[in-house]
Structure formats: C-alpha cells, structure tokens
Write a protein that binds this ligand. Structure first.
Ligand code: UDP
Length: 412
C-alpha cells in the first residue's frame, strides 16, 4: 500500500510534515535516481522502499534502480563490504575487473537516466563505479555509505576511494565513519518508517498467529535477534550468550533472518548457526522470506528483549525497529548501535557473549526496568530516528548542493 505524507501527521505531527513540504518547494520537479544493489533484504532496501515514494509525494521525480549481477560480482562486492568493515581480504585485479565489467553492463541500461538526473544517490560500494562511466552527467552525485567504514582494510578502501572521490558529496551514518575525501561529507543517520508493515501496530491475534506458525511457546519469554545470517551480526555469539544463561532464566531464543540477493554468504553462516544451536529445542532458528515484514514485526512485538549483538554495524535498523516497539535492546558496542542504545536508558551495550548473558539475566529479573527502558527507547526513536528527520536532512543536503553552499562551507 502506498502511503502519502499526510498519513504520517498522526505520528510525527503536522508541523514536521509541513517543514518537509517547505524544504521540498525549491526542489519540485527535480529528477532523482537512487541506485543500490538489492530490492529486498537488508537495511538499504528497507529505507528506499519508503524514501522513494515519499520523495515523489513531495514533487521530486524519484526513481529507484537496482544493479544487476551474477554470483561472482556479488562475491566481490561482499568482499568490499567485509573489507570496508575491517576484515582481512585479498583484493586482486581479477576482482576489480569483474566488478567494473558488471557495473559497465548496468550502465548501458541506466545511462539515459543517470546522465540527465538532477541528483543521483549511489548507495554503498556496489554501484559506486557508475560515476566513472558517466562523464556527461548533468546533476549532483552523492555517495551514500551505509557501512561502518571506520577502520577499513587499506587496500579495499584505496580502491573504493578511487571510485568515490569524484562524487560531489558523501553521506555517512556517524562521524566516526567519515574518511579522507576531497568533497564535503555529511552525517545523516538512517531511520524507520513507523507505518510500514515492519513497524505498524499489529492486532494481538496476528502476533499470536505468528508465534503459532513458527512453533514458539507464547507462555515462555522470548529473546530475539532479527538479522541476515552474516558473521558481523554474530548470531553464534547470541547462541553462546543464551547457553551461558544455562537454564537460570526461563526464556527461549529466536534467531530470525533471511538472505538478501546481494549477500552470498548467508547459507554458510546459517549452517554455522544450526551447528552452534546443537538441536536445543529452546533455540528457534527461522529462515524467513524477504517479504516477511509483518512476521518480523510480530516477533519483535512478542519479545521481552531484542538482541543485536553485532561485531560491526553501520546503523542497525533492527535496533530502531525494536526500540520503536518499546523493547529494551542488548546491542553490540559498535558502530551505529552506539547512536541508539545508551546504557540503562534505552538498553545495554555489550562486548562479549558473557556481557550479553549478564544483561539478559539482569533485565529478566527486573520487569519494571525493562518497561521503563522500553518506554524511553520508543521516545528516543520518535525524537531522532523516524523518517521525517531523515527526509528533511536529505532535502537540506540537496538544496545545499544545488546552491553550491556545500563548497562554500568547505572553503570558509
Ligand atoms: N530484515 C528483514 N528480513 C530478515 C532480516 C532483516 O526484513 O530476514 C530487515 C530488518 O528488519 C531491517 C533490515 O532488514 O529492517 C536490516 O537492516 P540493518 O540496518 O539492521 O542491517 P543490514 O542488513 O542492513 O546490515
């Protein structure tokens, strides 16, 4: 169902929506293209699925295009992803050839759009090479990096840097991720759509039905991590934390996730997770289809505590989603999770499975604290991480680039 800005007034207030309309006034009719590498699965697709219709609703002619590629291309781009998040990877000229060839093939299809667009947002490294192929561009090009690139593998970063240095601007989710680049860098945190299937209020019956479908006991408290099966999300660490509780807490663990079409490593990691669970009946490992938004919503709502024990995290929309549902979050002490989880206020940051087990035990023994933290968490999302703030910052950035303010600021 397509929602329009008016629908959001009830959540964020009429003033917030009116600010967006004002900011968009001078951008009416501008053509905008977003390019990423998957239409479903993962946070970027989640964001584009509301951002693109709402930009259109504001009068900007906005399109969402997806880079297409084969297995080898996505192996290379996943290697870029892993390298940017600090893993040791070996980058060869064969890798960069595969990458550049696939992006060039896509360029042929996208060329008329990209050459004429007033603004092009390129999300993450996968489509970054497009700029080098488009010498006759008319508009401003922005590289939007969603990854925790604070300590990248040098060789990978040097290559990606060679691809993105010619952009007019880049956007990172937090200051710690910014890099040495010649163009202006902006810090814009992601956000969630409170009215999407992922986040909208659900009737109790729908929540019960979701638990029933997945054989989850509605009477036993539920601890949940929702994530793609990716080692950076540390699903095995979550199982370890649960095992450390050693039956001292009456609870069951749900690890739910699916794949993204641009993530080739999911099946291997899922196998590692199954092995770690070792047949424990209190550990539910759910493989969900990419459109299981209402199921994820129901699982988050049915949970007592949400975990997101990532080892690296660009932002962690799953954290925002949980907090919006009034849940305390136990999150890895990394990246964008640190923007959202503040110890004792909106949840707890942990560095190890032992730390996670300690906080799980503490929270489970203090229901009133869980409740207070959940309330604070929801308010924190309302104030900081809903789509109106995110959209406003994008519009401001576009206005700035169009008027050359960004360059002006840089030379001041
Ligand atoms: N998600 C989903 N299905 C899954 C796993 C995750 O729809 O099986 C969603 C999740 O609810 C969130 C997004 O994908 O909206 C993941 O974003 P996040 O920033 O947490 O991590 P990313 O996958 O982008 O690294």
């Amino acid at each position: 169902m397509t929602r329009t800005l008016v629908d959001y007034e009830a959540v964020v207030g009429a003033d917030a929506i009116s600010q967006l309309r004002q900011a968009a006034r001078d951008l009416k009719g501008a053509t905008v293209v977003h390019v990423n590498s998957t239409r479903e699965g993962g946070g970027v697709a989640e964001i584009l699925s509301w951002l693109v219709p709402l930009m259109n609703d504001l009068g900007l002619e906005t399109r969402w295009e997806v880079i297409e590629g084969h297995g080898e291309f996505f192996n290379v781009t996943k290697m870029f992803h892993n390298g940017l998040q600090g893993n040791q990877v070996v980058l060869t000229s064969r890798h960069t050839d595969v990458y550049e060839k696939t992006v060039s093939d896509n360029y042929e299809r996208l060329r008329p759009l990209l050459e004429s667009a007033d603004f092009v947002f390129i999300h993450d490294p996968q489509p970054a090479h497009l700029l080098a192929l488009c010498p006759n561009r008319k508009g401003k090009w922005i590289w939007r990096c969603h990854i925790d690139a604070s300590h990248p593998n040098r060789k990978v970063w040097n290559y990606i840097r060679s691809q993105v240095r010619g952009y007019d601007a880049s956007i990172f989710s937090m200051p710690q991720f910014a890099q040495r680049l010649e163009h202006p860098q902006f810090i814009i945190a992601p956000s969630i759509d409170p009215l999407s299937d992922k986040n909208v209020d659900l009737p109790d019956e729908e929540i019960s039905k979701a638990l029933d479908t997945h054989n989850i006991d509605p009477e036993r408290p539920i601890l949940t991590q929702i994530s793609r099966f990716d080692r950076f999300k540390d699903p095995v660490g979550v199982i370890r934390a649960f095992q450390l509780l050693n039956g001292t807490v009456d609870a069951q663990l749900v690890l739910a996730g699916g794949g993204a079409t641009d993530d080739p490593e999911g099946a291997v990691v899922l196998e590692e997770v199954r092995e770690a669970a070792n047949g424990n009946k209190l550990v539910h490992i759910l493989e969900l289809p990419p459109d299981a938004h209402r199921t994820i919503n129901a699982l988050q709502r049915a949970s007592a505590i949400i975990l997101q024990k990532s080892l690296q995290e660009g932002f962690g929309l799953t954290v925002t989603e949980a907090m919006w549902k009034g849940k305390p979050v136990i999150g890895g002490n990394v990246g964008g999770i640190r923007l959202q989880v503040h110890n004792h206020h909106t949840g707890f940051l942990v560095d190890t499975p032992e730390g996670a087990a300690l906080r799980l035990r503490e929270l489970m023994s203090r229901p009133e604290k869980m409740h207070t933290i959940g309330r604070t968490a929801r308010k924190f999302v309302l104030d900081n991480f809903l789509l109106n703030r995110h959209l406003r910052e994008y519009l401001t950035l576009m206005l700035g680039l169009r008027r050359g303010l960004a360059n002006h600021l840089m030379t001041d």
